[in-house]
Design a binder for this molecule. Structure first.
Ligand code: HEM
Ligand SMILES: *[C@@H]1O[C@H](CO)[C@@H](O)[C@H](O)[C@H]1NC(C)=O
Ligand SMILES: *[C@@H]1O[C@H](CO)[C@@H](O)[C@H](O)[C@H]1NC(C)=O
Ligand SMILES: *[C@@H]1O[C@H](CO)[C@@H](O)[C@H](O)[C@H]1NC(C)=O
Ligand SMILES: *[C@@H]1O[C@H](CO)[C@@H](O)[C@H](O)[C@H]1NC(C)=O
Length: 327
């Protein structure tokens, strides 16, 4: 009798442990409610400070979360230092920014609750707060991601979309991480804030290949950008991705596309390419006339993107310093 009841107790205990582990493999919005109840507020305060110092930081933080999630899942792998890291991959080199701000946020969170909140979750929260503080929609951020142990430079070079790619290639990269064509369009709306360097769109401005300048670009935008980005000029010069409302999170990005005023080739093809006619063009039009629809879809797609390959349970770790794996 005694043995059997302790055996039942053991089974019950193991069942509870397994249920607990099963629950922990799912992200949840209240993940830190007991272990770090002020985490969300602390991140928000630090993001607000950073944006007050430099408005563009909102865009840079949104992009960091995107570039993190597309490479080995949302595991803060982009934050790891080292010449073999993701920071030195083509899409991030001289481009990804905001790392010092993430350090500051992490330090503030560590002071409140040491060793509890992951760098991957900080990126997800900071991205949401950046959108809200720029005038965009809000959503409940799913939490409980753990930090990865490796960076993947090859993965970043192969998995992140390029502004020179066609719609099919870009869509394939989204599909590879579990997103779909609706997500391609809604998330491209992230380009309603932030800047791009001449080097990322100069291919559209001159007759380098015998087919440019890009005939889908509005003539006045073309001459403006030719002035900004002369051949053999400074490829690091930047301009607004949304030329009509640079730091405001709104649906002007999509209105611009209807007018040939997308800056990147990968932006304008959502409306102007042949491939767009049967895929993305109608959704671009819908977002251009219905900001509420864009905000709603953007929020849903951000939640979806934040769910790409998270490390949970006993996988990964909570990094102390976002730039290095714990020793
Ligand atoms: C669809 C494929 C995408 C391509 C090809 C692409 C490409 C680019 C490029 C080339 C830049 C300029 C980088 C530079 O000049 O250094 C940029 C900036 C940016 N991207 Fe994307 N992007 C894509 C999707 C996204 C997504 C899904 C998001 C987030 C939801 C996003 C958010 C941003 C933001 C906010 C900036 C401005 C960053 C800053 O000012 O620091 N992009 N993107
Ligand atoms: C890096 O990413 C590629 C996908 O592009 C994947 O096949 C590979 O397993 C990843 N490597 C590591 C070490 O995570
Ligand atoms: C994309 O996925 C979302 C759900 O995540 C769904 O609502 C939407 O209809 C999908 N879009 C397409 C074109 O399949
Ligand atoms: C671009 O260059 C090619 C050959 O180099 C030429 O045939 C074509 O007319 C040029 N197009 C424009 C728009 O200047
Ligand atoms: C942009 O600046 C970085 C360093 O600040 C430099 O290494 C790089 O060569 C510059 N790129 C271009 C295209 O001028």
């Amino acid at each position: 009798m005694k043995r059997s009841s302790s055996f039942k107790g053991y089974i019950l205990f193991m069942t509870i442990v397994m249920l607990f582990l099963a629950v922990r493999t799912q992200l949840s919005s209240d993940f830190y409610s007991k272990t770090c109840p002020n985490a969300l507020q602390i991140v928000r305060t630090e993001v607000l400070k950073a944006i007050k110092t430099e408005t563009r930081m909102a865009a840079s933080l949104v992009r960091l979360h995107f570039h993190d999630c597309f490479v080995n899942g949302c595991d803060a792998s982009i934050l790891l230092d080292g010449s073999d890291g993701e920071k030195f991959a083509g899409p991030n080199l001289n481009s990804a920014r905001g790392f010092e701000v993430v350090d500051t946020i992490k330090a503030a969170v560590e002071t409140a609750c040491s060793g509890v909140v992951s760098c991957a979750d900080i990126l997800a929260i900071a991205a949401r707060d950046s959108v809200v503080l720029s005038g965009g929609s809000t959503w409940k951020v799913s939490l409980g991601r753990r930090d990865g142990l490796v960076a993947n430079q090859t993965g970043a070079n192969l998995g992140l979309p390029s502004p020179l790619e066609g719609l099919d290639a870009i869509t394939a990269k989204f599909v590879a991480v579990g997103l779909n064509i609706t997500d391609v369009v809604s998330l491209s709306g992230g380009h309603t804030i932030g800047r791009a360097r001449c080097t990322t769109f100069i291919n559209r401005l001159y007759n380098f290949t015998g087919v440019s300048p890009d005939s889908t670009m509005d003539a006045s935008l073309l001459s403006k950008l030719q002035n900004l980005c002369p051949v053999n000029g400074d490829g690091n010069t930047t301009t607004a991705l949304d030329q009509s409302s640079i730091d405001l999170f709104d649906n002007h990005y999509f209105q611009n596309l209807l007018n040939g005023k997308g800056v990147l080739g990968s932006d304008q093809i959502l409306f102007s390419s042949d491939a767009a006619i049967t895929t993305t063009k109608s959704l671009v039009t819908s977002y251009s006339i219905n900001q509420g629809l864009f905000f709603n879809d953007f929020a849903n797609s951000m939640i979806k993107m934040g769910n790409i390959g998270p490390l949970t349970g006993a996988n990964g770790q909570i990094r102390t310093n976002c730039r290095v794996v714990n020793s």
